[in-house]
Design a protein around this ligand. Sequence first.
Ligand code: ATP
Ligand code: MG
Length: 583
Amino acid sequence: MITRMSRLFLRTLRDDPADAEVPSHKLLVRAGYIRRHAPGIYSWLPLGLKVLRNIENVVREEMDGIGAQEISFPALLPREPYEKSNRWTEYGDDLFRLKDRKKADYLLGPTHEEMFALAVKDLYSSYKDFPVTLYQVQTKYRDEARPRAGIMRGREFIMKDSYSFDMDDEGLDSSYQLHRGAYQRIFDRLGLEYVICSATSGAMGGSASEEFLAVSPSGEDTFVRSTASDYAANVEAVITPAPPAEPIEGKPEAVVHETPDATTIEALVEWANSEEAGLGREVTGADTLKCVMVAIRQPGGEWELTGIGVPGDREVDMKRVEAGLAPAEVRLLEDKDFAKNPFLVKGYIGPRGLAANDVPLYVDPRVVEGTAWITGADEANRHVVDLVVGRDFHPAGTIEAAEVREGDAAPDGEGTLTLQRGIEIGHIFQLGRKYTEAFEVDILDVNGKRSRPTMGSYGIGVSRLVAVVAEQLHDDRGLRWPASVAPFQAHVVIANKDAEAAAAAEKLAEELDAAGVTVLFDDRPKVSPGVKFKDSELLGMPVVVVVGRGFADGKVELRDRMGGETAEIDYDGAVDAVLKLVK
Ligand code: ATP
Ligand code: MG
C-alpha cells in the first residue's frame, strides 16, 4: 500500500517547539512524529509510530533469536509484590502510586522484576525447566524529576525488559553474554555509534553490569574512553592506576611550617614555592594532600566520620565516592559536625590529626607507600611538609574518589582517557538472587534439593531509541532515517504540473510498492515543489525520488538522504536504483 501525503495525518511545523533544546526533540515535533501533552508525556503520530514499531521489531527479532520468549504484563500493578521487594518505598518519588475505588494501593510499573520472578515461581518447579528467558516490550511509568528532550526521558515510555533465570552462576553468565550479543546486533542494525561501558568497578564485589551508551553531546552521562584501545567506562567505574611504591629510606623528615592564611590549595602552593618556605623545589597542587571529611553510614549502622585524601589538584567526585561505597550512604560534613569535632580544623585537616582521633583516612590510589605530601598539620595556620605514607601515616585503604580528567592514564595501560557524553540506550545486569529470595522461588535441583535460580535483568529504551537515532543521524535540514527503521524507505515526489509526469510518478510509486519498498508519495496537488522538497528533507526518508522538470527527457532525480548525493537517472531505471539503496 502506498501512503499519500494528500491524505496523511500530518502537519509539519516551521518553528521549533519552545521547550526543545536538543535537535532530535525539535525535529521530531516539527516533522510531525510526536506531540506533547504534559512534561514527559507524548503521543505518537503516524510517522513516529512507524519508526517506533520498526525499532520494536528489530528488538523482537534479536530477542527471539537468543531464545527469549515474549510475554506482556500489565502496567497497572498491585502494591503487594513491590512491598515485598521493598521497592514500594525504595523507589521514592519516581514511582507513580494510585488508589482504586476500594482505596487499595496500586502502582504504574517502573520495571517488572517482581512480576517476572512471581510468574516463574507460579509456573516452574524443577531445574529441568531452566534456563528460561522472558521479555516484554511494554509501557513503563516513572515520575522522573527532570523529564527531558521529548521522548528521550519521558514519564511514560516504552522499554524492552527481559529477565533470565538460571540455576547457577555459569548459566547466568551465558545468558548475560547472549544478551550482550543481541544488544550489539540491535544497535548495529539501527546504525548507531555506541560504546559498552562497565557500569561498576566491581570493587565492592558487585556483579557484572554494563551500559550501552550512544555517543552524543546531548547525552546526560559522561563516560571515558581510551585513545588507544576500546576501553570505555562510566566515570564511576574508572580505576586509577597506582604508581609504584617508593623507598621510605632517605626521605627527608616531616617538618611543620607556619603557613598563615593558606586555607586553599592555591595559597598553599604559592607559599610552598616562596622563598620564605625555602623548600628548594617546584611544588604543584599534585604534591599536596587534601583531606575531605565525609560521614558514612552502612545499612542499619550509625554515621561515622571518615577522611578522604586526594591530591590537592583534584576535586573529590561525590558520585564516584557514592558508587564506590554503595550500599553505604555518604554525606559531606556540615558546620554542626565540625562544631562537634573541634580537632577538625577547617583548611588544616591532616592525616596525623585524624589518626590521633581514630578517624579512618581512605586515600586516592596515587597516594602510595613512600610518597611524601604537603598537608594540613591539624592546627590553624600550620601545614606539614614531607609527610610520608607508611612512615608518618597509614591510610585505612584506598578509594576512587578523585575526579577523572581528560588526559589521565587509561586503566588498561594503553593510551589516555578522553571524556565524552552519551545517552544510555541499554543496560545489562547480573542481578543474582535478590528477587528469587524475596519471593521464595523454590526450585528442585538435580539432587532433589530446594534451590533458588539466579536472575539477569536487561533493558532497552525502545522509545528513547527513536530519539537517539534521530539525534545521531539528523543534519541541519532535518531527520535522516536508516532504511532499517525509516517510516518509509522511499519518498516519491511529484514536482511537475504535467499530468503525464504525475501519472508516471504514480506508476513509479506502485512499482516500488510491488517490489516490496515502502513508499510515501507526495501527491499534494496545490503544494509547490519548494515546499515539498523542504518537507522531504525534514521528514527524512532515506531515498527521495523527484519526478520533476527532467521528466520531459525521461529523467528523474534520485536523492540519497543518507549518503548525501543527488543523481539524475533514467525514469526506467528508478526502481532498481532505489532497491540498491534501501535493500
Ligand atoms: P537513566 O540513567 O537514563 O535514568 P536507568 O538507569 O533509570 O536510565 P534502566 O532502569 O536500566 O534505566 O532502564 C533500562 C533502559 O530504559 C535504559 O537503558 C534507558 O534506555 C531506558 N529508560 C530509562 N528511563 C527512561 C525514561 N525516563 N524515558 C525513556 N527511556 C528510559
Ligand atoms: Mg533512571
